[in-house]
Design a protein around this ligand. Structure first.
Ligand code: GTP
Length: 411
């Protein structure tokens, strides 16, 4: 798997986050030494970074990340304003434990909460819920008796020796929350899943190493930086990656065409009789064909760049290569598409897999269908703009259709 594949996969993203956390812990001492001359700035950094996350999340429509940023800002403020006394003090320790209980639960809740703008009824609902928890927490830490806390500590809140002040039960809760978020992430792999995992790891890191000076500022700053990178990456994906096929879309191609040199070939390709295919097997099955196109194009691209131009039309760009040289490559890809047995969707099976299995019996054979594509490929010619080269490729594609389809026509 290449670096882009690693960054895109859920497993790779989880791994990168864990690595960032480990690097922070390993480099804690040098980091503290470097930042020691600027204590105020270090304290302020998480507010600035998480505030930026909050702003960007609303601008980029990454609304759950906005909720997460609010939670992290509040947690950081609580740590700085309420938890800077020594932990052996009973009420401070209780506030710390309350934070360790509520943060993982609230961060996970964000993944279940409907994505809404903060300034909307749904957003206000979330803020109100958080506000109520703050009031309840404030009231509890003020009224609870130290003797009561002592008896709880003996029964439920044992800590694992000197390792961390975090009670074993709360440590387990944190670990379960991190595993839960990682599981959701490996299933859905959305920007919000990634952001929730980042926040959970930063929170648990802070809580576990709470006795280490500056840990909250450093861990929450790292969280802010990772959330900003995640936001920018997701916005780039939204703008340039086609959501159906997961390959770059037309905007990405148009961008690339601004920087083309004088030596390239451009191939336009189109699924044959796709309208008829849609009419026969349904639109969802048509989408499966387009997804398959995206996957096979990536598998067979080699050094070429692949794009979904629009609808059932795709583009391959061969930089530093001419049309003749790319022909073998394109024929290989065309044959791979024609040979691919595409399983026919059974709507009943989608709706009710169990019933479908019983009705069909276990030995039923999956029916398959094949599709073909036609390709026109044109070279750069002196004085021609990339748009004009694309027009030539489109005309050659039209010729390929006329020639009976399932073939490559070269300039
Ligand atoms: N399922 C699905 N169909 C799409 C999508 N985008 C475009 N189409 C369909 O693609 C079909 C394109 O058909 P035409 O341009 O008439 O061409 P064709 O049927 O492929 O015929 P030839 O190109 O001459 O082989 C239309 O029926 C569109 O509805 C999409 O995202 N999903």
């Amino acid at each position: 798997m290449n670096l882009t594949g690693l960054i895109k996969s859920a497993g790779g993203r989880i791994l990168l986050q864990l690595m960032a956390a480990i690097i922070l812990i390993v480099t804690l001492n040098p980091l503290r030494a470097v930042t020691a001359p600027y204590p105020e700035l270090v304290l302020l950094f998480p507010y600035l970074l998480l505030g930026t996350v909050l702003l960007l999340s609303q601008l980029f429509n990454q609304l759950r990340t906005g909720f997460l940023a609010v939670l992290m800002l509040l947690a950081y403020a609580i740590i700085q304003l309420r938890l800077q006394q020594p932990l052996p003090e009973a009420n401070t320790r209780f506030a710390y434990q309350l934070l360790a209980l509520m943060m993982p639960l609230n961060l996970l809740l964000v993944l279940a909460w409907p994505a809404r703008r903060l300034l909307s009824p749904g957003g206000f609902g979330f803020l109100l819920f958080i506000g109520l928890q703050l009031v309840a927490g404030y009231w509890l830490t003020g009224t609870i008796q130290p003797e009561q806390l002592l008896s709880w500590r003996e029964t439920y809140l044992m800590t694992p020796g000197e390792l961390t002040p975090l009670p074993i039960l709360l440590l387990l809760l944190g670990l379960v929350a991190i595993c839960g978020a990682a599981l959701v992430m490996s299933y859905r792999n959305t920007g919000a899943d990634m952001a929730a995992l980042t926040c959970l790891i930063a929170t648990e890191l802070t809580l576990v190493y709470f006795q280490e000076s500056m840990i909250s500022s450093l861990a929450f700053s790292l969280c802010g930086v990772l959330l900003i990178i995640n936001l920018i990456y997701r916005s780039h994906e939204l703008a340039f990656i086609d959501s159906l096929t997961q390959i770059p879309g037309r905007r990405a191609l148009e961008n690339e065409m601004k920087h083309l040199g004088r030596h390239y070939a451009l191939a336009m390709m189109d699924v044959d009789h796709f309208k008829k295919f849609n009419d026969t097997y349904g639109h969802k099955m048509g989408d499966d064909v387009l997804r398959l196109m995206g996957k096979l194009m990536q598998d067979y691209a080699g050094k070429a760049r692949v794009y979904r131009y629009g609808g059932e039309e795709f583009t391959m760009l061969f930089k530093g290569q001419d049309a003749r040289a790319s022909e073998d490559h394109l024929n290989e890809f065309r044959e791979a598409v024609a040979d691919y047995p595409l399983a026919i969707r059974d709507e009943d099976r989608d709706k009710d897999d169990q019933k479908g299995k019983q009705r069909r019996g276990t030995k039923s054979k999956v029916k398959t269908v094949n599709v073909t594509i036609s390709i026109g490929v044109a070279d750069y010619q002196d004085g021609k703009t990339p748009q004009e080269v694309m027009k030539v490729a489109d005309e050659l594609l039209y010729k390929a259709k006329k020639a009976g389809r399932n073939c490559v026509v070269t300039s």
